[in-house]
Design a protein around this ligand. Structure first.
Ligand SMILES: [Zn+2]
Length: 254
């Protein structure tokens, strides 16, 4: 039974990773998207991610609000720690795989590749921990988070694929790269799930942890990326609307 559950969590988290690849599908039909569309898709990804963190916080607060807040603080320290470590290796990094992939879709700079993979992993791992922890709480909430993260991953995959396709990478290789960036989701969901299954009392801490780390990623990576290509007011409006849509979605499913 127990193993069966674990495999199920892995598969659900794998589905969210595969959803990232859906973002590449438009490029089977079109050559490129405008910077504006890129800004919009990043804004949607940011808003949906904030919405998902609200869901995590609400779920955690149902159990224990203070433990959730403590978890958020730990999540923030965790992600900051990774950033500080990375800055020691390289001051300026970009989290798009387009900087490390040549037009054939292969690595061109190994050291840089490792750094970018760690940055992407930190982002995706936070979501994976959120998924695994949610399943550790209850199946229904886990499924809700699966859908939430999967939907968030599609515009994220679109933005990743846009930068790859612009370099001449084919759409299906861009799809595989997009899925690759989200593979930490199933990889981190399983230990998070197992941990919470053993130590139920840490459920709100785990939910808060994922929320804290995810919020930081939104504001450090996704929002600035959106506002690089899109007017700040428009970007903020789309982000806010996406948050509302995500919460409405939770209300309707609940
Ligand atoms: Zn994400």
């Amino acid at each position: 039974m127990f193993q069966h559950d674990t495999i199920q969590v892995f598969l659900y988290a794998l589905i969210t990773a595969i959803a990232t690849g859906f973002g590449a599908i438009p490029f089977a039909f079109i050559k490129k998207i405008t910077p504006k569309v890129m800004g919009i898709s990043n804004a949607i990804a940011a808003g949906l991610m904030v919405g998902a963190t609200f869901m995590l916080i609400m779920e955690g607060a149902n159990e224990n609000f203070l433990k959730t807040i403590v978890g958020m603080a730990i999540g923030l320290v965790f992600i900051l720690g990774i950033e500080v470590l990375l800055d020691k290796f390289e001051h300026k990094h970009d989290d798009s795989p387009s900087f490390l992939v040549n037009k054939h879709g292969f690595f061109k700079n190994f050291k840089k590749a490792i750094i970018i993979i760690i940055v992407m992993t930190a982002h995706s791992a936070a979501e994976g921990i959120g998924l695994g922890t949610s399943f550790g709480g209850n199946l229904k909430f886990g499924l809700m988070m699966t859908i939430a993260i999967a939907i968030h991953n599609i515009p994220e995959g679109l933005a990743i694929s846009a930068s790859l396709v612009a370099k001449g990478v084919s759409w299906w290789k861009a799809a595989l790269w997009s899925i690759f960036t989200s593979l930490p989701q199933p990889i981190f969901a399983v230990p998070a799930y197992l941990f919470i299954s053993y130590f139920k009392q840490y459920l709100p801490v785990g939910l808060g942890f994922a929320a804290g780390a995810m919020l930081w990623v939104v504001f450090s990576d996704i929002v600035p990326e959106s506002q690089e290509n899109l007017d700040e007011k428009k970007s903020a409006t789309i982000i806010s609307l996406a948050i509302i849509v995500m919460l409405l979605f939770q209300y309707l499913l609940d």
